[in-house]
Design a protein. Structure first.
Lengths: 232, 331
């Protein structure tokens, strides 16, 4: 999907179009929302999972997204505010709203998110955590794009090298010479393939971001956040 | 795709900053530093086999004001050839869409780092050398507008370079015959006017003149004189401007007066040129009166004594000997 189309599609009257768009938005935002509610309100994992499903169901029902105007702020901040509002409404009504019959139930791996929460350092506010999770989600989606891109161009080895050198948490990292031996390449090839993968990763992550934003200005501000650059 | 650890996310963020140099004559060597507009990288120019500094913007696009600013900086540096200005070799857009500027790689320290090892006279001499390229730029109609200790580099051979002309403005008051063409070439476009000339506040607090902090459009080269005074303040106190300690002795008073004059709220009350300010510093270093400080008789005597110490001591010794000789003869 091109710029503007994702959020617009999520506001569409066509249920199929809307559903696809919401799934794409959920892919980037479900982890931030889940971890945010877990951290901010300290609710049980199953309640947080129900809340997250409920949140994206509401998005699908156009309850939230219809009121989103890109000129008034970023989608990221808007969704976090919506999550706050929904939680407070539910708390006020003292009941958990159950998903209606026929509403979409997204397939989300809450167990994995819960395991991540257990191992992550809990520093900063829930809002910081939301932003951090958002960066992580965009990167994960960008990497999926990169993998598909490399596969379609017959350059899967570039991705595998990138995965081995940049995505593994190993300490110390393998040297280029070790990777060259492991993959049957020269060290120069490793250098060049990694440079290619990093370059392509940047493009894929920014393309992913571009789809999630609604204006050039929002894209630039969000890209700064994605790059870890402090915006003044 | 499984989730990523915080460490991997940080690594990917760093990866995304790496400029795409494919299709250029440069090979990336290492990261050097980051600034307000982007990052600086050490690279090798594969054609000329030399090391260069690449200033690369974080992002780029058709409507990006930073692109315009970087290009303007390159144009300004290209048009100002002075030993105190970093030579620019190249500028353009990388394959990843980011604007870049290739400059001489300067190894050394910033003024802020360097002054800790210098005594007072050496600090003052250093300031004189900072003022030289500034005076040169002012004479050609350019105003730096972001002068601060971090934007002054002292190279490995002692060369003093005024860096970061990204916020520079082209003034019109000081242009000399034949230089209008240069200034016109880097005159802000409609787009860059929006960035720096329509009342927006750009610069660094503490080193920025009041008129610049207010966002006045009509700032002139005297805004840089204010910054130069702020740098002198920093060099004297080691602290940010606004924290100048009370003058504890007569030695500091003239320097304090120089700072105060350079940082006067009214531009008309400041030194009217960088050269005028350094003239006062030179006077101070030579033990001569400075224009910013009307000294009393006692201070003048003290200064004359300090400046001509040997002669004064010799005369005093001669007079004492003479008196003793007369007394001895009378007995």
């Amino acid at each position: 999907m091109t710029r503007h189309s994702l959020v617009r599609a999520a506001q569409s009257n066509d249920p199929a179009t809307r559903s696809r768009a919401i799934e794409a938005i959920a892919a980037a935002y479900w982890r931030p929302v889940y971890k945010y509610v877990r951290m901010k309100w300290n609710i049980a994992p199953e309640d947080a999972a129900d809340f997250t499903q409920e949140f994206f169901s509401r998005l699908l029902e156009k309850e939230f997204l219809d009121s989103y105007e890109s000129s008034k702020g970023r989608l990221r901040t808007f969704l976090r505010t919506c999550a706050d509002r929904l939680f407070m409404n539910q708390a006020r009504d003292s009941k958990r709203l159950k998903r209606g019959v026929g509403s979409t139930h997204l397939s989300l791996d809450f167990m994995e998110a819960e395991q991540e929460l257990a191992t992550e350092l809990r520093s900063g506010s829930p809002e910081d955590s939301f932003d951090k999770e958002w960066v992580r989600s965009i990167f994960v989606l960008g990497l999926a794009r990169l993998q598909a891109n490399c596969a379609s161009r017959g350059k899967l080895i570039h991705f595998e090298l990138f995965e081995r050198y940049d995505l593994e948490d190993a300490d110390p990292k393998p040297s280029y010479a070790q990777l060259a031996t492991e993959f049957g390449l020269t060290t120069t090839d490793v250098t060049n393939y990694l440079a290619f993968a990093r370059r392509e990763f940047r493009r894929c992550a920014l393309d992913q971001l571009r789809e999630m934003t609604t204006s050039e200005e929002e894209f630039r501000r969000e890209a700064q956040a994605l790059l870890g650059v402090k915006v003044t | 795709m499984k989730s990523l650890s915080d460490r991997v996310v940080a690594r990917l963020q760093a990866d995304m900053q790496i400029p795409d140099l494919s299709g250029t004559r440069y090979n990336l060597l290492r990261y050097v530093a980051c600034g307000g507009m982007g990052s600086v990288w050490l690279a090798e120019d594969t054609v000329l086999k030399r090391r260069v500094a690449l200033k690369v913007l974080d992002l780029a696009g058709p409507a990006d004001d930073l692109d315009v600013r970087l290009l303007r900086e390159a144009l300004i540096l290209a048009s100002l050839e002075h030993p105190g200005m970093v030579p620019v070799y190249d500028a353009g857009t990388l394959a990843d869409g980011r604007a870049f500027c290739c400059m001489k790689y300067v190894e050394g320290q910033t003024l802020a780092q360097r002054i800790a090892t210098l005594n007072l006279p050496d600090r003052l001499r250093l300031l004189e050398r900072v003022a030289e390229p500034l005076d040169f730029a002012h004479a050609r109609g350019f105003i730096h507008r972001d002068l601060k200790p971090d934007n002054v580099m002292i190279g490995a051979f002692g060369e003093v370079l005024v860096m970061d002309w990204g916020l520079a403005k082209v003034g019109v008051t000081s242009l000399e015959a034949g230089e209008t063409e240069i200034a016109t070439a880097v005159q802000p476009t409609q787009n860059s006017l929006r960035v720096t000339d329509q009342g927006s506040v750009l610069g660094t607090r503490g080193y920025m003149s009041p008129e610049q902090a207010r966002g006045d459009i009509e700032v002139d080269h005297r805004t840089d004189i204010f910054s130069l005074g702020a740098i002198l303040t920093f060099m004297l106190t080691g602290s940010a401007p606004g924290e100048l300690p009370a003058a504890s002795g007569s030695v500091l008073r003239p320097l304090r007066a120089i700072c105060e004059k350079a940082m006067a709220g009214d531009p008309n009350a400041r030194y009217q040129s960088a050269r005028g300010m350094t003239a006062d510093i030179t006077h101070y270093l030579n033990g001569e009166p400075v224009s910013a400080y009307p000294e009393g008789l006692l201070e003048r005597s003290g200064r004359v004594f300090t400046r001509h110490r040997t002669a004064v001591v010799l005369v005093a010794v001669y007079l004492i000997m003479r008196v003793l000789f007369i007394l001895f003869e009378r007995r």
